[in-house]
Design a protein around this ligand. Structure first.
Ligand code: SAM
Length: 196
C-alpha cells in the first residue's frame, strides 16, 4: 500500500465498514449497493493482486463510498485511528488468522482490531470448522472448538454478541458459496464480537 493512503473518508462519512481479505470484493460491493443512505464508507483490503484487480472492476465512477486497497490488511489497519471503524468484516479468514495452532501469531491482530472499533462497533467473524482428515464433522468436536473460540475472543476483550451456525442472510462470497456446499465436512460459525 502506498504510505499516504487517503483516510479523509473518516471525516466525510458517518459510518465506516472495513473488510479484511475481501477477495474479489463482491460481498462488500453488494453491501454498499444495498445501502441507500450513502453515509457509510466501505473499505475492502486484499493482498492478492489478481483478486484485487477483480474487485476494481466493480468500482463505478458514480459512487465514491467504496474503495479497494491492494495490501496486507495489517498495514492498512495500522493507519486507522483507534475508535474509527463501525464494523470489521472477516469472512472466512485464512487459517493463519484463525487456526488454533496459530493463535500466538494472530491474537495481536485481533487485539489491534478491538482498539480500532468504535465504542458501539463490532467485528463480524465468519469462520469454519473442519476435521483434520476432512471427514464428516463430529458434533462434539465442533462444540469443543466453538467453546474454544468463544473463550479465546472473550479473553481478548470482545463481548460475544449474536452467534449462529449459519451465514447471515444476503451474505454471499466466493468462499462462502464454496464452503456452504459441503455442510457435512465444513461447519460454519458466525460471531458478532462487540466492544462492550
Ligand atoms: C479464504 S479467502 C476468503 C476471501 C473472501 N473473504 C471470501 O469469502 O470469498 C482469504 C482471503 O484473504 C486474503 N488474505 C490473506 N491474508 C491477508 C492479509 N494479510 N492481508 C490481506 N488479505 C489477506 C487472501 O488473499 C484471500 O483472498
Amino acid at each position: 500500500m502506498d504510505q499516504s493512503m487517503d483516510i479523509s473518508f473518516l471525516a466525510k462519512y458517518d459510518k465506516v465498514i472495513v473488510e479484511l481479505g475481501c477477495g474479489d470484493g463482491k460481498l462488500l460491493y453488494r453491501l454498499s449497493n444495498k445501502d441507500e443512505n450513502g453515509n457509510t464508507f466501505y473499505l475492502g483490503i486484499e493482498m492478492d493482486p489478481s483478486e484485487y484487480s477483480k474487485s476494481c472492476l466493480l468500482l463505478s465512477n458514480v459512487r465514491c463510498n467504496l474503495l479497494f486497497v491492494n495490501s496486507p490488511f495489517e498495514n492498512v489497519i495500522d493507519k486507522l485511528p483507534d475508535y474509527s471503524v463501525d464494523e470489521i468484516l472477516s469472512i472466512l479468514p485464512h487459517p493463519k488468522y484463525i487456526d488454533r495452532e496459530k493463535e500466538r501469531f494472530w491474537k495481536p491482530l485481533y487485539r489491534t482490531l478491538l482498539h480500532k472499533i468504535k465504542k458501539n462497533g463490532h467485528l463480524l467473524l465468519i469462520t469454519e470448522y473442519t476435521d483434520e482428515l476432512f471427514s464428516p464433522v463430529i458434533y462434539d468436536e465442533y462444540t469443543n472448538w466453538k467453546e474454544w473460540i468463544i473463550e479465546t475472543f472473550t479473553d481478548l476483550g470482545f463481548c460475544i454478541g449474536k452467534l449462529t451456525e449459519e451465514v447471515p442472510p444476503d451474505y454471499k462470497s466466493k468462499y462462502l458459496d464454496l464452503f456452504s456446499n459441503d455442510q457435512e465436512r465444513i461447519k460454519i460459525l458466525t460471531l458478532y464480537l462487540s466492544k462492550n
